[in-house]
Structure formats: structure tokens, C-alpha cells
Design a protein around this ligand. Structure first.
Ligand code: FAD
Length: 146
């Protein structure tokens, strides 16, 4: 089982119906491809941008690679930074074709290294791989009501 975790910037405002569309098609596609995971969306920190995504994807390596390629090309987001990837013995989100959390600053406040998701210092640390264990952080959400 392979997994990857990335963050990206929404390229346009994401209304709740946009997020619902994105989730519906992702879940359908992931079900066909044995992909599971968690998508986090955080609203913008300022009026200058449109919010941020963080996503854990897990599945067989070829299906994961194909899904990653499609996601990278998606015009709904940009500046995608993959900051953790590797092998995992078991799925963390095996029950979800794509779990979803719409988070705010308070939800992330206790998440060391991720509380400032979207800030310039966050992107700088993400690009240099200088973030704490993101898989553990994403797993924390699995215990929550997602
Ligand atoms: P098609 O459906 O043929 O679409 C053609 C192009 O249009 C693609 O570039 C597509 O990205 C783009 N597109 C599709 N719908 C819209 C829209 N509403 N607005 C603007 N452009 C659009 N896909 C998964 O399979 N699994 C996931 O877990 C997953 N997670 C995602 C997370 C994020 C943050 C984003 C932005 C996208 C995610 N996607 C996911 C969607 C993925 O990027 C592709 O759109 C989807 O897999 C369909 O790919 P396709 O090549 O068949 O495109």
C-alpha cells in the first residue's frame, strides 16, 4: 500500500456545492480504483486567496500514481506540494472512499506544524520537507467524526 500527502491552494472560491461536486466525483472514482483517504479544506486566511486543501491518498501504487497525475492537472487548485509519501502496511482510512473535513483555524490550532496551513511559512516548510509526521496528523482526523 502506498500513500501520499499534499497541500495545495484553491484556484477559485470553493462554495459548498463545489466541494460537494468534487467529493462526489472523487468518491466514485476512488471506489473504482481502490483509493481511500481524507480531504481537508480550510477557508482562506485573507481575501487574497481562496482556501487550501490537504489530502491523504492511499492505495495500490499504480492506481495512486494515476490518481495523483489527474489531481496535479486539475485547474481547481494550484501550487500542489507533496510533502510526505511512502509505504504503509495498512490503510488509515479504509472505510472512506474519501473522508472530508472542512476545518477552521481552531481545528488546526493544536496540530503542531499544520496550524498555519496556507501561510507563507507553512509553504516554505512544506517545500523543504520540514513538517512533523503528517500521516499521524491525518490519522487523528480518522478518530474524529468525519
Ligand atoms: P475529466 O472528468 O475528464 O475532466 C477533464 C478536466 O477538467 C480535468 O483536468 C479535470 O481536473 C477538470 N475538471 C473536472 N471537473 C471540473 C470542474 N468542476 N471545474 C473545473 N475543472 C474540472 N479525483 C480522484 O479520482 N480522486 C480523488 O481523491 C480526488 N481528489 C481531488 C482533490 C482535489 C483538491 C481536487 C482539486 C481534485 C481531486 N480529484 C480527485 C479530481 C481529479 O483532479 C480529476 O478531476 C478527476 O479525477 C477526473 O479526472 P479526469 O482526467 O477523468 O477528468
Amino acid at each position: 500500500m502506498n500513500y501520499l500527502i499534499y497541500a495545495s491552494q484553491a484556484a477559485r472560491p470553493m462554495r459548498s456545492e463545489d466541494l460537494a461536486d468534487l467529493l462526489e466525483s472523487s468518491r466514485k472514482r476512488n471506489g473504482e480504483n481502490e483509493i481511500t483517504g481524507l480531504l481537508i479544506y480550510k477557508a482562506s486566511l485573507s481575501g487574497d486567496d481562496h482556501g487550501y486543501f490537504m489530502q491523504l491518498l492511499e492505495g495500490p501504487s499504480s492506481a495512486l500514481a494515476a490518481t495523483r497525475t489527474r489531481i496535479e492537472a486539475d485547474p481547481r487548485h494550484r501550487n500542489m506540494v507533496v510533502f510526505e509519501e511512502g509505504d504503509s502496511e495498512a490503510r488509515s482510512f479504509g472505510d472512506w472512499s474519501m473522508a472530508f473535513r472542512h476545518v477552521d483555524q481552531d481545528d488546526l490550532a493544536a496540530m503542531e506544524g499544520f496550524a498555519d496551513l496556507g501561510s507563507p511559512t507553512f509553504w516554505s516548510r512544506a517545500r523543504s520537507g520540514d513538517l512533523p509526521d503528517a500521516l499521524d496528523m491525518m490519522r487523528w482526523f480518522a478518530k474524529e467524526d468525519v
